[in-house]
Write a protein that binds this ligand. Structure first.
Ligand code: SF4
Length: 106
């Protein structure tokens, strides 16, 4: 990996399961299913790192750590604005992450 790539991608991304399949699954069209991507995220060894990265970098689009855009907004709405992100509330994302039966959309 070049230095530029090493700086671009966090270390945990080397273990990302989404790197092995069609990336469009994580960026469905409006109204498209998120189920398949979430099912893969549910087995991903770096899901917590991924969700943490998305929240820290204010990622607005796509599924990160098994959490859709809409679910991230709900997650963030539940956190007091003066609260500092920590492992406790990143773990709260698990409620959204692994329920692949919701059939929700991005
Ligand atoms: S949790 Fe999902 S989006 Fe994040 S690295 Fe793993 S497979 Fe990719």
């Amino acid at each position: 990996m070049s230095l530029l790539l090493a700086l671009q991608y966090p270390e945990w991304s080397n273990e990302a399961l989404c790197a092995q399949v069609d990336p469009d699954l994580w960026f469905p069209d409006k109204g498209g299913s998120t189920r398949e991507a979430k099912a893969i995220c549910a087995t991903c060894p770096v899901a917590t790192d991924c969700l943490e990265y998305a929240i820290e970098h204010n990622e607005h689009f796509g599924i990160w750590g098994g959490v859709s855009e809409r679910d991230r907004r709900h997650l963030l709405d539940q956190i007091p604005t003066d609260d500092t992100p920590d492992d406790t509330w990143f773990a709260a994302g698990d409620d959204f992450t692994y329920d692949t039966d919701l059939g929700d959309t991005a």
